[in-house]
Design a protein around this ligand. Structure first.
Ligand code: ADP
Length: 262
């Protein structure tokens, strides 16, 4: 799992890279629209001969913007998803020391793993990255320390809960990551899954963590839900579909999901 840390650091670097690309792209677009404005003004003034340099500059910016999007697409293609049967409890146990390092000295990490938990089907590298990302978010929400509780449970989804609208009815493994941090106002909960949405100071947050986790969960036919309020701490629930191999233990007793914390 030293690999997982390296992978997490790589993801952080990639996050910085994509954040940087978005920023550069925006600068190029601004350059293009600035040139177009100047071209328009020159035309209005009847100084057609003066538009040449601005046309050249707009065209050069457009070429650079195209090269940037190609870099982003190349990055996207390097991320193949490889779903395999995963025993979530074992994966979390193996990740324990990395999780502890990710959430920092001031935070007390506690695990509550359900005995005989169902197996699931997902990309284990991406699941590890998701959990490390959630631990880092929790750390950032608890600058003065606090608690991070990671629990697992089986959950039978009847398909009626409107909060889990995008989830097919069926059996799921639920991983809950709960912190005692500053929580999120409704306006942040609403936007938290948007790529590049961050409330962190420039250079500290990329705003890609939760959007990548959401993408991973949906690709795995699961979902993510955030239960949080300002000053109330945050619980992130990750739902992954049940997948038992023939050799796994019988299903555990059903555990109803906890009601949203208020
Ligand atoms: P980043 O961490 O780079 O900002 P994320 O997509 O992971 O990007 O998170 C988006 C935003 O959601 C954060 O900037 C923060 O405002 C909020 N957030 C995420 N996790 C938590 C948490 N555990 N507690 C409070 N706020 C959180």
């Amino acid at each position: 799992t030293e690999d997982a840390l390296r992978q997490a650091q790589k993801m952080e670097a990639i996050g910085q890279l994509t954040g940087g690309i978005a920023h550069d792209f925006n600068n190029l677009l601004q350059g293009i629209s600035g040139s177009l404005d100047l071209i328009q003004t020159r035309i209005a003034q009847g100084r057609l001969a003066a538009v040449g340099p601005f046309l050249k500059s707009a065209s050069a910016s457009a070429t650079r913007a195209t090269a940037l999007t190609h870099r982003l697409l190349a990055f996207a293609r390097r991320q193949p998803i490889d779903p395999r049967p995963v025993q979530v409890n074992g994966l979390i146990e193996n990740l324990r020391s990395l999780l502890r390092r990710s959430c920092g000295e001031a935070v007390q990490l506690e695990l509550g793993l359900e005995q005989g938990l169902w197996g699931t089907l997902c990309d284990s590298n991406q699941l590890e990255n998701a959990l490390l990302n959630l631990a880092i978010n929790a750390r950032d929400a608890m600058p003065d320390g606090g608690g991070l509780l990671i629990t697992t449970a089986g959950f039978r989804h009847a398909g009626r809960d409107p909060a889990l609208r995008d989830l097919d009815a069926g059996d799921y493994v639920v991983i809950r990551v709960r912190d005692t941090g500053h929580g999120m106002p409704a306006s942040v909960v609403e936007r938290a899954f948007e790529p590049f949405f961050t409330t962190k100071p420039a250079g500290q947050g990329t705003g890609l963590g939760l959007s990548m986790i959401y993408g991973f969960a949906r690709q795995s036919k699961g979902t993510v839900r955030i239960l949080s309020a300002s000053g109330e701490g945050t619980t992130v629930e990750l739902y992954l579909p049940r997948h038992d191999r023939a050799d796994t233990a019988p299903p555990p007793d059903m555990t109803a999901p906890e009601p949203p914390r208020r």
